[in-house]
Structure formats: structure tokens, C-alpha cells
Design a protein around this ligand. Structure first.
Ligand SMILES: [Fe+2]
Length: 287
């Protein structure tokens, strides 16, 4: 039995969200949802999340899980909004505690922000299994892009977050606080140990030159043969050198500051101040 996978592409952030469902029991998981964010106005909107909610209702699916592959730095998560609308448990990697500790310090947040991951319903470790109806999902810890990155393997479909991009685009950056190119290389080897015909569902596509349409679906075999950064035969040293050199040229993602402050709180805004307004911080000269 294989899952039904429905992808939702967000043009504003190049993010792909997924609804993975069990055709037998109609249980589903929503992976990496997007809360729209207008940076100039600091205004959120639910149009993208509402498309997912509409699909789940239309298909009469029962939402069992609202999953994050990692704390995203490029878009705000709609996990709490999705859970309030559809139910389900919000899950992320147990190493979220490391991310919360690192960014709790960077944003100088007091002890009211707990760094134990309790804002999430479920913290997953390497090797954990869970059910989406009759489908069994396996958890792989695939750090490197961030310390808490997970891959969710649902039968022959793997949701890899930001480890690999399409073969013609390569890999994710590994220079955020807690990221590491060598660790990313080893995580990719873990993915390459899956069967060649495992379908990989990516979290982003940035449309490299020479390609007309966004793509987010590939396979382990394709990646091993054609990934421009890590195909079979690329050594760890060569990858690390390439990745670090390239990362040194990249600017910060436009939404990193709002995204991390909200996403490390499981998609909740920082507590409102006494006038009822939620505020985000901008640490100067820290990134
Ligand atoms: Fe990411």
C-alpha cells in the first residue's frame, strides 16, 4: 500500500507543502504548511493554509499529524492554524531543543520561552515509527541544514525537507547557526541507503536556469546519478569544500527573522504585550 501525496507549491517562498494520506482509512498528515507573511507590513494571511484545509475536507480526510521537517528559516509555519481547523498532533525532531537553545540566546528571550520542545505535541527521534492510518511512517534524523532536520519515510515516499533539492539544483545550505556541511553529507548518505525507487519529495524548488517549471519529486536513484552537488562518487571532503564556499556567498533568506521566532514556538507568535499586540525582534548585526 502506498500513500496518496498531494503537493501545494507556494510561489512567494518556493516552498512545497504536502498532504500524505492513506487511501484505505483516509487518515492523513500535513507536512510543512505555510502561513503567508507580508514582510513589509508584518502581516500574516491564511490563503495558502486554507487551500490545504479545503483539500483535506473535500477529500474527507482525517488529519492525524501536522508535521514539520525542521524549523524553517524561509517561511512561517501554519501548523497551529491547521491543527485548530483539522485536528492532529504537531510533530518535529527532538533536536528542536538545540535549535530553541541557540535561537533563544540569539533573540535574548527569557525563561518564559521553554527550550524543551514542549510547544510541540510530539518530538521524534531517529528510528521512531508512527501510523498514518494503516501506513507506517519511519523517522530518519537528517541534520546538516539544521541540527533538528528529519526525513519522514512513509512506505516508498520520503519527505526530505531541506537536505536535497532537485538533482539540477543540488543541496540545501548548511551555514545557519547549528548547520554543518559535513553532517549534511552524512545525512544524504543515509537517504542514499534507501531503495533507489524511493520517491523523494522536496521542500523547495528554486527553478534553476534551463528549467521551465517547478519540480519537487525525484527518486533516490536519480539523485545518486545526477545530483550536481552529491552524486555517487563525490567525496565528503569535496562536498564540504564546495558547500562551504557556496554558502559564504549567500545572503540570509528574506524571512529568516520572523520565521525562526515563530517556527521555534511551533508556529505560535511570541506572547502578546499588554496592548494585545504580538511583536517580533530584529537583532542587529547578528546575521
Ligand atoms: Fe529550511
Amino acid at each position: 500500500m502506498q500513500p496518496t501525496v498531494k503537493a501545494f507549491f507556494d510561489d512567494a517562498t518556493n516552498t512545497v507543502s504536502y498532504v500524505v494520506s492513506d487511501p484505505t482509512t483516509r487518515a492523513c498528515a500535513v507536512i510543512d504548511s505555510v502561513l503567508d507573511y507580508d514582510a513589509a507590513a508584518a502581516r500574516t494571511d491564511t490563503a495558502s493554509a486554507d487551500r490545504i484545509i479545503h483539500y483535506v475536507r473535500q477529500e474527507q480526510l482525517r488529519c492525524a499529524w501536522v508535521l514539520e521537517t525542521h524549523v524553517h528559516a524561509d517561511h512561517v509555519s501554519a501548523a497551529p492554524y491547521i491543527r485548530d481547523a483539522l485536528g492532529g498532533k504537531v510533530g518535529i525532531g527532538a533536536h528542536i531543543r538545540t535549535v530553541q537553545t541557540t535561537f533563544g540566546r540569539i533573540f535574548n528571550i527569557g525563561p518564559e520561552f521553554s527550550r524543551d520542545g514542549k510547544q510541540f505535541d510530539q518530538l521524534f527521534e531517529e528510528g521512531d515509527q508512527f501510523q498514518i492510518g494503516d501506513l507506517t511512517a519511519h523517522v530518519l534524523h537528517t541534520p546538516g541544514h539544521t541540527p533538528a532536520c528529519l526525513t519522514y519515510v512513509v512506505e516508498k515516499a520520503a519527505f526530505v525537507g531541506d537536505t536535497l533539492f532537485m538533482p539540477d539544483y543540488g543541496t540545501a545550505r548548511a551555514d545557519f547557526p547549528g548547520g554543518d556541511a559535513r553532517t549534511l553529507y552524512r545525512s544524504v548518505q543515509k537517504l542514499y541507503a534507501l531503495d533507489d525507487d524511493t520517491t523523494l519529495f522536496l521542500c523547495h524548488d528554486y527553478l534553476p536556469e534551463g528549467r521551465e517549471a517547478h519540480q519537487w519529486e525525484t527518486s533516490v536513484g536519480e539523485q545518486k546519478r545526477h545530483n550536481i552537488h552529491i552524486h555517487e562518487g563525490v567525496s565528503e571532503e569535496a562536498f564540504v569544500q564546495m558547500r562551504e564556499k557556496r554558502d559564504a556567498t549567500l545572503g540570509m533568506p528574506a524571512l529568516i527573522l520572523p520565521s525562526i521566532q515563530i517556527n521555534m514556538r511551533a508556529g505560535h507568535f511570541p506572547p502578546a504585550e499588554d496592548n494585545g499586540t504580538h511583536y517580533l525582534k530584529l537583532p542587529l548585526n547578528q546575521f
